[in-house]
Design a protein around this ligand. Structure first.
Ligand code: ADP
Ligand code: ADP
Ligand code: MG
Length: 662
């Protein structure tokens, strides 16, 4: 088949940019990546045929800079622009600018986006089109008294929603009349600062809500089809965590009613391209044909589109490109069928034990379960920076049955090893084995209710510490035993830092091929240690039970860093090295460290050039601020380890400094 375009520019980053490039390549479409300074060496830049820098790290100066992106497309001769999701994907002015420049926007028309852009107007439109909408007030009035009266009419609990909202922001559930005014104020303030629009709508809060959405697709010839539903009820703070397709408990009747409503919604706005109609369903009992209501439409490819691809066997990015090129839809409704069941889990650099605080860091090691589809935008060695969404990857599994797909999801998550930052992998794995979830009893409150049970704090076992020690010290009991035998049975002290605590142990090599770790809560003996890459196994205990772990080891600024993934939980250990610390803190020759993860804006120092105390050496941009790193005293710049535009981790050595004359 003829490629839909000769060259495509992808106006996005991360996993979705990589995802789009993969399909474009398969179709014979040349690709152009765009990147900010923070992403100069990012995976999407490497995968694309060409790449264009569009500005500094902050998204407003790069991935949201419509002019820079369109100029990059013109300059490289791209015919079309794929916006991915987020950023400019639902911006009608961008669509118009792209089209005015003689380029094709891979997505719906500016008018379709406008029609669905504001939740209140979209609901009024859908009501007219005969689509059931969430009961509530979505008119123009914004006076407190009017809205409070509407809330009384609707009946509590109600949900106040920013009409321009997205990503779960600008929303407040209100349980009774007395709390209404304050909640309204809070919602309006949040909406104003996040979306620059403080207008709200008031909805009936659906009890035991389930989020079920329908994937729709239109072409420029007036055809619209659906590709069934996805259930995205597992949410945190109104944000999706695990999605699946089809929805558990879905019946033919309800599916027919829901997909028919979704197609009607798309037809009402002459929709072309990929879109999602989000419904809220009453999950207090079995799904009903009169128990779901339109919430909003997302006029773009959705983050969770892979579960639909898995159950239909279709490539939705290919569909988008073909439709954008003017082709008719690849399949008609009757030719689209569901096969099996699929799940997607969103893997984030965030700390569940610490209120899901977003994290940054260098991914010193990144390994996925090869039986799953892992859509990632990063590879080993890449950094999660503070500038963008901290999503690391999406883990997607497919099975003939829901049980099979869910069990594969759990296995895949437990086998996902991310070293160098904290992630929600263990949280997701625990969620994947939650009994209610396994029975298909999902609603948007499940995660909140079960939160404490889902946040695992698996203790680090002595066996795991022993495996980590053997690996980090590169002990090979078979080959290097002689050296260790010099100590005979004497124990060798080993010291770790773990979660701010010092662990002091003694390691023994009795000479029979085993390794013994003493000094902890129990003494462990490992036998038959086998290492294959990062996989390390051994037998332990009286029964000789097999234990297995994935262990990544790297040199950090304070010593040897170890990340050990065992039984689906990753633990970090540090073997402090006083020499390493000294080298980095100036005892052996001063080093200038990055105080936090950021981007090198300027390197004013020159190798071999003497500086005075206070002279500017490097300018670092982090957290939207520029910091000048200056010479702590007079000296000579011996070596520079960073370059302008580079992303550096907090703690990274930027340059080394010597005393003059030394
Ligand atoms: P979806 O509606 O597609 O399931 P969500 O509602 O969970 O997605 O929201 C994901 C949101 O993340 C996007 O709507 C967007 O606002 C934001 N986002 C924007 N750009 C990116 C990106 N490159 N990577 C991850 N998230 C992004
Ligand atoms: P966003 O644009 O932020 O995605 P949505 O309108 O799609 O906003 O709502 C986000 C989430 O909030 C939904 O997925 C659902 O979990 C919850 N929600 C929205 N409306 C209601 C409602 N009327 N009753 C209960 N929960 C709701
Ligand atoms: Mg939504």
């Amino acid at each position: 088949m003829k490629p839909p375009f000769s060259k495509l520019l992808i106006a996005n980053r991360g996993e979705i940019a990589c995802r789009i490039i993969a399909t474009a390549r398969r179709l014979g479409v040349k690709t152009v990546a765009v990147f900010s300074d923070a992403d100069a060496r990012a995976l999407h830049v490497e995968l694309a045929d060409e790449a264009v820098r569009i500005g500094p790290a902050p998204a407003t100066d790069s991935y949201l800079d419509a002019n820079a992106i369109i100029a990059a497309a013109k300059r490289t001769g791209a015919e079309a622009i794929h916006p991915g999701y987020g950023f400019l994907s639902e911006n009608p002015e961008f669509v118009e600018a792209v089209e005015a420049a003689g380029l094709v926007f891979v997505g719906p028309s500016a008018d379709s986006i406008r029609a669905m852009g504001l939740k209140d107007a979209a609901k009024r439109l859908m009501e007219k089109a005969g689509v059931p909408v969430v009961p509530g007030y979505h008119g123009e009035a914004q006076e407190v008294v009017v809205l409070a009266a509407k809330a009384n009419e609707i009946g509590y609990p109600v949900l106040i929603k920013a009409r321009a909202g997205g990503g779960g922001k600008g929303m407040r559930k209100v349980d009774d009349q007395r709390a209404f005014k304050d909640a309204l104020g809070a919602a309006k303030r949040e909406a104003k600062s996040a979306f620059g629009d403080d207008r709200v709508l008031v909805e009936k809060y659906v009890a035991t809500p389930r989020h079920i959405e329908v994937q729709v697709f239109g072409d420029s010839h007036g055809n619209v089809v659906h590709l069934f539903e996805r259930d995205c009820s597992l949410q945190r703070r109104h944000q999706k965590v695990i999605e699946e397709a089809p929805a558990p408990g879905m019946t033919d009747d309800v599916r027919a009613a829901m997909t028919e409503a979704a197609v009607k919604a798309a037809q009402a706005i002459n929709y072309s391209g990929a879109g999602t109609i989000e419904f809220i369903a009453d999950g207090s009992g079995p799904l009903r044909s009169d128990g779901f209501w339109f919430m909003e439409m997302n006029t773009r490819l959705q983050v969770e589109h892979p579960v639909t691809e898995a159950i239909t066997g279709q490539d939705l990015v290919e569909w988008q490109l073909r439709v954008a090129a003017g082709e008719t839809l690849p399949l008609s409704q009757g030719d689209i069928a569901i096969s099996g069941h699929a799940f997607e889990a969103r893997l984030y650099a965030e700390d569940p034990a610490n209120g899901f605080l977003p994290a940054t860091g260098t991914l010193h090691h990144l390994a996925f379960d090869q039986n799953a589809r892992n859509d990632a935008g990063v590879r080993s060695g890449d950094a999660i920076t503070p500038f963008y969404d901290p999503m690391i990857a999406k883990v997607i599994t497919h099975g003939e049955t829901r049980d099979e797909a869910l069990s594969k999801l759990g296995t895949a998550l437990r086998g996902t090893h991310v070293a160098g930052t904290v992630t929600n992998a263990a949280f997701l794995a625990t969620l994947a084995s939650h009994e209610g979830f396994a029975r298909g009893e999902v609603d948007t409150g499940l995660i909140d209710r079960e939160n404490s049970a889902l946040i695992v704090s698996e203790p680090l076992t002595e066996a795991a510490i022993a495996l980590a020690a053997v690996t980090a010290l590169e002990l090979d009991p078979a080959a290097r035993f002689a050296g260790w035998r010099l100590w005979g049975d004497a124990s060798h002290p080993v010291r770790f830092m773990h979660g701010g605590e010092e662990l002091k142990r003694r390691l023994l090599l009795p000479g029979d091929g085993s390794v013994v770790l003493e000094g902890g809560a129990e003494t462990v003996r490992l036998r038959g240690i086998v290492r294959e890459g990062t996989k390390v196994s051994a037998r332990t205990g009286a029964t000789g039970a097999m234990i297995e772990a994935n262990i990544a080891v790297w040199r950090g600024i304070e010593g040897t860093e170890i990340s050990i993934l065992m039984d689906g939980v990753a633990h970090d250990l540090l073997m402090p090295d006083p020499l390493a610390v000294a080298a980095h803190h100036g005892d052996l020759g001063d080093a200038i460290l990055a105080p936090m993860t950021g981007i090198v804006r300027a390197v004013t120092a020159r190798e071999g050039v003497a500086v005075d105390k206070g002279d500017k050496l490097v300018v670092l941009e982090a957290m939207k601020m520029e910091t000048s790193l200056t010479a702590p005293r007079a000296g000579l710049v011996a070596e520079i380890f960073c370059a302008e535009g580079e992303t550096v981790d907090g703690g990274a050595v930027l340059l080394r400094f010597e005393e003059t004359g030394s």
